[in-house]
Design a protein around this ligand. Structure first.
Ligand code: GTP
Ligand code: MG
Ligand code: ZN
Length: 384
C-alpha cells in the first residue's frame, strides 16, 4: 500500500481532491418490528419529572408489589412491552415503544446488576418494560430487561465506562479541517473504539471551507488508501452533504467527535427536519462550550436513525486491552505474524515487520505513532 510521496511538502493552499466514493459493504440489517413504529419528533424531552427513583428503599419502590420475571408472561393482565432507549436523562430513560414514547425508570435489581457489570443503560438499548399501572400515568414504565447489545461505542469517562450508543451499525467520526484544529490521532482513537465495538467507521472531515491545503489532503489520502470511507465536506458551502446522506440512509449511525466540529450542523444539513441546536459562531473555540448535552436517537426523514452525541474533550480507551490494539489498525493486519518475535508489540522489538513498514513509509508514520501512543497508554494502564 504505497503512499503518495509528494503529499507532505509545501504550505501552499490548494483544493482538496473531493473523491467521494460510495459506501462500501453496506449491511442492511432488519431492525425488527419495534423500530419501525418510531416517532419522528426529536424533542420529546419530558425530563425527570414524575419518575420513580431507582435509588433508596423508600415508599415509592414499596408501592409496586408485583414482581416480574424476564419471561414476558402477563402479570395481572399487563405484559412487558418492547422498546428502544432514545435518550437517558438522569435516572429516566426515554423509550420509544410500538405506540408512543415512555419515560421509564429501571427496576432496582436490574440497575444494580448493570452497575456492577459497569454497563449503564445507553441510547440504542433494546429493552422490555412494564407499563405504568397507576391509572393516569400512561407514559411511565419500569425497565425490567435489557437485551444483549450487538454493538457498542464505549469510552472511559471519569473512572467509569460510558456507552455512547448501543446497537448502531456505523460510527460517523466527525472532525473539522479547522476550528477546532484537526488532530488525526483523535480520529485514530475513534477508529479503534468503533472497531472494538463492532461497528463500521466512516470518517467525515467538515469545514473544508476553512482549510483545504496539503495537510488536509494528506489526511484524506491516508485513510482513503487503507480502505476507509472518508468524506471531506462543508456544511457552510453545502459540499458533500448528499454523500453523507447517502451513507446514512437506511442505517443506524452514531455521530462522534469533539465539540464544535459540526455534528449537529451536519445532521441539520442532511435532514432539514432535524432543527437541532448548533453552537453560535466562535462560541466553542472561545469557551469550549458544549452545545449538545445528551446523546439522543433521532429518526431520519429519508430512512434510518442517528444518534447525535455531545462533543467530548478526551476519548479514553480503557476498555481496549493492549494486545487487541494492533487488530484495530486495519493496515497492520497483513503484517501481523510476520515479526521476528511471537507476541511482538511493534514498539522497540528487533525484526518488527510493522515498525519496518512505518520506517519505509508503507504505513503512514503518524498512524504508526498513534498506535505507539495508544499501546504505551494501554500498557501503562494495565500495570496500574
Ligand atoms: N466554517 C464552517 N463552520 C461550520 C461548518 N459546520 C458547522 N460550522 C459551525 O461550527 C459551530 C459548531 O457547530 P455544531 O453543529 O454546534 O457542533 P457540534 O459538533 O454539534 O458541537 P457539540 O454539540 O458541542 O458537540 C457552529 O458555529 C457552526 O455554525 C462548516 O462547514 N464550516
Ligand atoms: Mg451538537
Ligand atoms: Zn512487530
Amino acid at each position: 500500500m504505497p503512499r503518495d510521496a509528494d503529499q507532505s511538502g509545501g504550505g501552499k493552499k490548494k483544493k482538496v481532491r473531493v473523491d467521494l466514493r460510495r459506501n462500501r459493504g453496506k449491511v442492511a440489517r432488519d431492525k425488527g418490528a419495534w423500530t419501525r413504529g418510531f416517532h419522528s419528533q426529536a424533542d420529546g424531552a419530558h425530563d425527570a419529572a414524575g419518575g420513580e427513583s431507582t435509588r433508596g428503599k423508600g415508599s415509592l419502590s414499596r408501592k409496586r408489589t408485583i414482581t416480574v420475571g424476564e419471561d414476558e408472561k402477563p402479570v395481572e393482565g399487563v405484559s412487558l412491552q418492547s422498546g428502544m432507549i432514545v435518550a437517558v436523562r438522569g435516572l429516566i430513560a426515554e423509550v420509544d415503544g410500538p405506540t408512543h414514547r415512555w419515560n421509564c425508570t429501571v427496576r432496582r435489581v436490574l440497575w444494580s446488576r448493570l452497575m456492577s457489570e459497569r454497563q449503564p443503560l445507553a441510547v440504542g438499548d433494546r429493552v422490555r418494560f412494564l407499563p405504568g399501572l397507576s391509572g393516569d400515568a400512561t407514559n411511565e414504565g419500569v425497565i425490567e430487561h435489557v437485551e444483549p447489545r450487538q454493538t457498542t461505542l464505549t469510552r472511559q469517562y471519569e473512572d467509569r465506562m460510558q456507552v455512547l450508543a448501543a446497537n448502531v451499525d456505523q460510527a460517523l467520526i466527525i472532525a473539522a479541517a479547522d476550528e477546532p484544529t484537526l488532530r488525526p490521532h483523535l480520529i485514530d482513537r475513534f477508529l479503534v473504539a468503533a472497531h472494538k465495538g463492532g461497528m463500521k467507521p466512516i470518517i467525515v472531515i467538515n469545514k473544508i471551507d476553512l482549510r483545504a491545503d496539503d495537510f488536509i489532503e494528506d489526511v484524506v489520502a491516508r485513510y482513503d488508501e487503507i480502505g476507509y470511507t472518508i468524506l471531506p465536506i462543508s456544511v457552510v458551502k453545502k459540499a458533500g452533504i448528499a454523500e453523507v446522506r447517502e451513507v446514512m440512509k437506511g442505517q443506524t449511525s452514531v455521530l462522534v467527535g469533539i465539540s464544535g466540529v459540526g455534528k449537529s450542523s451536519i445532521l441539520n444539513a442532511v435532514d432539514p427536519e432535524m432543527k437541532l441546536r448548533v453552537g453560535e459562531v466562535g462560541e466553542q473555540s472561545r469557551r469550549g462550550k458544549h452545545t449538545t448535552t445528551v446523546a439522543v436517537l433521532l429518526k431520519l426523514s429519508f430512512g434510518g436513525y442517528v444518534v447525535d452525541t455531545p462533543g467530548m474533550r478526551q476519548f479514553e480507551l480503557a476498555h481496549v486491552p493492549a494486545e487487541e490494539v494492533e487488530a484495530y489498525f486495519i493496515e497492520f493486519r497483513e503484517l501481523i505474524g510476520k515479526c521476528k518475535y511471537h507476541g511482538c508489540r511493534h514498539i522497540t522489538e528487533d525484526g518488527c515487520a510493522i515498525r519496518a513498514a512505518a520506517e519505509a513509509d508503507e504505513i503512514h508514520p503518524e498512524r504508526y505513532a498513534s498506535y505507539v501512543k495508544m499501546m504505551t497508554e494501554r500498557m501503562a494502564g494495565e500495570k496500574r
